[in-house]
Design a binder for this molecule. Structure first.
Ligand SMILES: [Zn+2]
Length: 68
């Protein structure tokens, strides 16, 4: 299910985590050369994807809302 990104935070290992409008969190890792999301490491890049949709597998599974 596609859900809009409403914010970001970093986990304990400094990986970026997107906060979705549904209340679920999803890692958006930038670990080149395997996963390339150079936008996630800059404030401008992250701001640029606010409101864009990510496919939320947790919604598809009916998972409970994530908490910080
Ligand atoms: Zn969700």
């Amino acid at each position: 299910m596609d859900r809009a990104i409403v914010g970001f935070h970093q986990d304990a290992e400094q990986h970026w985590v997107a906060e979705l409008v549904c209340g679920h969190f999803q890692h958006v890792r930038h670990t080149p050369p395997w996963i390339n999301r150079p936008w996630v490491v800059t404030p401008e890049g992250r701001a640029g994807v606010l409101g864009q949709a990510l496919a939320c597998r947790k919604c598809d599974e009916g998972a409970p809302v994530d908490r910080r």
